[in-house]
Each structure stands twice: as structure tokens, then as C-alpha cells.
Ligand binder design. Structure first.
Ligand code: BGP
Length: 464
């Protein structure tokens, strides 16, 4: 019988701005997420305290986390991915002292996890940064932000070193190419050259966080986090195949820098060919040598690439510019479902880096129906996760070193792309709607019991 290793980390993944709410409580500053009420691709709307944007309350995890963690523990989680909101710790990013109330909140959160033997996996920056750093410094376009981030990272490593051993630097660091405000605090219409300069600063900051983590939490491990955007050629035409290589390199580049410690030649050529003159100092090059211990990534879909411009205009999916695959079904949001693609991606990443891998996001966003008796029969979610986990297990059989699996949104949360609550990922239903109505009460979906059994049997209950 094929099972997952008994040391495997099983759980779920969340992000502060998508679950916590309490967006101005206890000294928290405004973040880039707070000023994007319509999601990561939406326009910036400066907030007035008291605005009722959906993320202001989100699912109120800030106040309800003990109940939620108890439910995760009931499912058998031994791992939970959360992020720290940088703005709870340094409300403006450049504050002289950290905000004690923010640190105290995460102390309580990690203590609660410890009570249930749940290992925290903590993202330093998940799709947000202090809005004041954008307004006053120009976001990651300004080299000074590297120092502010390093101070934030060192502050939380020092404070939580006894409680948190697994860390991630920037969520989906490659997303900056598609959502510059969310990724690097730059306006959506910024030039590619400016975006790559900001990305460079962020890559240096990521490496300096790795260095700091190794100094402060020597027994800890720190990884990067990529949006695993695996692309297939739409045809076997050599032009399509080569363009696919380039498209895949557009996101693998981030992993190459973070895992190998230097810019790959193909990227330097890309900068040259496009006339991007990035400022990369000798000390930046030194810093980049601090490479990650493991690679984490999200996986939701694959897409196709074609060199045919006419077909390119039919792009769909709201994350990457991709051409639909005629052989795959799509979710209600147009994300193409491809379980085998996960096995391919795991093997590609393993072949490329030979570093342990961690699937830190995967799942199906769908509209759920609450039946008259309160039950929610989310067989579609069970089937999606079952099929992806089967392929993850196959990849382990292929020799891939896989540390764990945290499904995205184990409890319903606010979606990143459009800030909707109706796009639900959870095993746990939250009674809250897109218009903000609802009691915030939690209830178990059918998938709750299913995931519990998968974890309890180390994956033996999965259906091939
Ligand atoms: C990833 C993000 C998450 C998340 C997830 C699902 O890109 O890291 O924050 O929300 O995608 O996307 P969505 O919420 O738009 O469905």
C-alpha cells in the first residue's frame, strides 16, 4: 500500500490579510492589501478608517483563532501555514521600535498551535507590505526597503525563534511580474525595467532573511515560495517549445536565484536584449549567495504557450497569461485542473535544484451550497484534492523529496485575486458572504472528514 512518509507535514495554508481582519487593531498599520479592496489585481483605493471592505473583518481569525486551530487539530493537522502581517510589527515599515501588541498576538497564535502539536510554517510577507513604505519610499523600487525588511525579519526571528522553526520569505515572489503593487509595491503601469529592479531588491532581501534566519534560528529551515506556473507547449512546433522554455524560465528565474545564489545567464541576456540596466552591486551579489534550504510553491493549474500571436489573445485564467489546454477541464474561475501536472512540476523542480520541496498551496476554489440541514457536500473539492495528492505520492515514489502538503484555505477565506468570499477553498465553511453579511459561524463540510481520514491513514485512503 502506497503511503506518505510518517514524518510528512500535513495541514493547511492561510495568509494574514485573507483571514485575520482586525485591520487597524492594536496598532496595526495599513498594508498594500488593505488599500486594494478588490484584490491583488485591483486598483489602489486609499482607505478611511471604518470603511467596511471585506478584508477589514475577513473571517475574523484575529479573534477566533483558538476555535479554528482546534478544528484544524481535529482534522489531524501537524502543520499550519500562516503569515505575519509586517504592519502589525512595524506599522509604517520604518518605525524605530516594533509594535509590542503585534508581536504579542503572534506569540499567542503560536502558543495555541503548540498546544495542539501543530508546527507553524510562517511566511514573512504574503502579498502585503506597509503602505507607508510605498507612499514614502516607492516600495521595493527603493533599496532602503531591503534594510527595513531585514530589520522586520530579524525582529520576528528573535522573538519567535523558540516557537517557529520553519519559515518562508516572500509568497509567490514571481507574481510581481503580473501584480506589481501586490508583489513589490509599484504601480500597475510601471515599466518592466523598474519592476525587475524592485524584484532584484526583494531577492536580495530574501537572501538576507535566509542569512539572518540561519544566524538567529540555527536549527530552523527557511524556504522560498514560488507560484508553480508550469507551462506546456500548445503544439510540438519548435517555436512553441522554445517559447514554453522561456515562459517557464520567467518564473523559474526566481528559484534559480534563490536556490543557486546568482542570476542565470539567460536572464542577464534578457536584461541586455531589452536594454534593462539594473543596479546590482557587489554586496548584492555576495548577499544572493545565501540560498534557501527548501523550495515551497503553490500549484493550482497549468497552461499552454504558443508562438502564434492570434491564439495568444485568447488567454484565460486570472493569474498568468496562458492559453487554454484543450485536454483539461476548468474550475468555475477558469483555472484548468491538472493533477498530473503536479507530479511533473515536482519532478521538474527536484531535477533542477535537488532541494527538498514543500507544496504550500493547492486546492479548489468553488461556490458551495449549504443544504437545508446545514450540510455541505463538496465532492468536487474532495476529488480535486484526492487526485492531486495521488500525484504528489507518485512524485515521492519517483524519488522527489517532499516535506509536506498544506492545502490552500483549509477554512474559507477571502480570495486573493478578487477579494471574494464566495470562492471557497475550505474544509470548514464560514458563514460570511461577499456583501459582508453572515454570522461568521464555522461548520464542517464533507471534505473535513475526508481530509481527516487521509491524514490519519498517511494517504492510504486516497483513491487512485
Ligand atoms: C495564491 C495566493 C493565495 C491565494 C491563492 C488562491 O496565488 O498565494 O494568497 O489566495 O493563490 O487564489 P485566489 O484566492 O485568488 O483564488
Amino acid at each position: 500500500m502506497k503511503t506518505f512518509p510518517h514524518t510528512f507535514l500535513w495541514g493547511g495554508a492561510t495568509a494574514a490579510n485573507q483571514v485575520e481582519g482586525a485591520y487597524l487593531e492594536e496598532g496595526k498599520g495599513l498594508s498594500t492589501s488593505d488599500v486594494q479592496p478588490h484584490g491583488v489585481f485591483g486598483e489602489v483605493v486609499e482607505r478611511v478608517p471604518g470603511d467596511a471592505g471585506i478584508k477589514d473583518v475577513a473571517i475574523d481569525f484575529y479573534h477566533r483563532y483558538p476555535e479554528d486551530i482546534a478544528l484544524f487539530a481535529e482534522m489531524g493537522f501537524n502543520c499550519l501555514r500562516v503569515s505575519i502581517a509586517w504592519t502589525r510589527i512595524f506599522p509604517n515599515g520604518d518605525d524605530a521600535e516594533p509594535n509590542e501588541a503585534g508581536l504579542a498576538f503572534y506569540d499567542k497564535l503560536f502558543d495555541e498551535m503548540a498546544l495542539h502539536n501543530i508546527t507553524p510554517l510562517v511566511t514573512l510577507s504574503h502579498y502585503e507590505m506597509p503602505w507607508a513604505l510605498v507612499k514614502n519610499y516607492g516600495g521595493w523600487g527603493n533599496r532602503k526597503v531591503i534594510g527595513f525588511f531585514e530589520r522586520y525579519a530579524r525582529t520576528v526571528f528573535e522573538r519567535f525563534k523558540g516557537k517557529v522553526k520553519l519559515w518562508l520569505t516572500f509568497n509567490e515572489i514571481n507574481m510581481s511580474l503580473h501584480a506589481p503593487m501586490t508583489g513589490v509595491g509599484l504601480p500597475a503601469d510601471s515599466s518592466k525595467a523598474d519592476i525587475y529592479q524592485a524584484i532584484h531588491h526583494q531577492l536580495v532581501a530574501s537572501a538576507l532573511a535566509v542569512k539572518a534566519c540561519h544566524e538567529i534560528v540555527p536549527e530552523g529551515k527557511i524556504g522560498n515560495m514560488l507560484l508553480g506556473g508550469l507551462m506546456y507547449p500548445l503544439s510540438c512546433k519548435p517555436d512553441d517549445v522554445f517559447k514554453t522554455l522561456q515562459e517557464n524560465r520567467s518564473w523559474q528565474f526566481f528559484g534559480d536565484v534563490q536556490c543557486r545564489g546568482a542570476y542565470p545567464g539567460y536572464m542577464l541576456r534578457y536584461f541586455r536584449d531589452n536594454g534593462f540596466e539594473l543596479t546590482i552591486t557587489d554586496s548584492d551579489r555576495e548577499a544572493l549567495k545565501y540560498t534557501v534550504d527548501f523550495i515551497s510553491f503553490s500549484y493550482y493549474m497549468t497552461g499552454c504557450v504558443t508562438a502564434d500571436e492570434a491564439l495568444n489573445n485568447k488567454a484565460r485564467g486570472n493569474i498568468l497569461n496562458m492559453v487554454p489546454n484543450p485536454h483539461l477541464e476548468s474550475s468555475e474561475w477558469g483555472w484548468q485542473i491538472d493533477p498530473l501536472g503536479l507530479r511533473t512540476l515536482l519532478n521538474v523542480l527536484w531535477d533542477r535544484y535537488q532541494k527538498p520541496l514543500f507544496i504550500v498551496e493547492n486546492g479548489l476554489g468553488a461556490k458551495d451550497k449549504v443544504e437545508a440541514d446545514g450540510s455541505i457536500n463538496d465532492d468536487y473539492r474532495i476529488s480535486y484534492l484526492n487526485d492531486h495528492l495521488v500525484q504528489a505520492r507518485e512524485a515521492i515514489e519517483d524519488g522527489v523529496e517532499l516535506m509536506g502538503f498544506t492545502s490552500w484555505g483549509p477554512i474559507d477565506l477571502v480570495s486573493a485575486s478578487k477579494a471574494e468570499l464566495s470562492k471557497r477553498y475550505g474544509f470548514i465553511y464560514v458563514d460570511r458572504n461577499d456583501d459582508g453579511s453572515g454570522t461568521l459561524a464555522r461548520s464542517k463540510k464533507k471534505s473535513f472528514g475526508w481530509y481527516k481520514e487521509v491524514i490519519a491513514t498517511h494517504g492510504a485512503s486516497l483513491k487512485e
